[in-house]
Write a protein that binds this ligand. Structure first.
Ligand SMILES: [Zn+2]
Length: 48
């Protein structure tokens, strides 16, 4: 018996922006390279 996971057809990218979300205020921090800190509140971002 072989069970296949359902395909959703999106083929989306892995959630790669989680390390860009400020843990303190939830702001999505953009920029390359990724800033060390949240520009909004100054909270250090977690290392990816
Ligand atoms: Zn923040």
């Amino acid at each position: 018996m072989t069970e296949r996971p359902p395909t959703d057809g999106t083929g989306g990218d892995p959630v790669c922006w989680l390390d860009r979300v400020c843990p303190a205020c939830g702001r999505l921090v953009e920029g390359e390279p990724r800033p060390d800190r949240c520009p909004e509140c100054g909270e250090p971002l977690p290392e990816g």
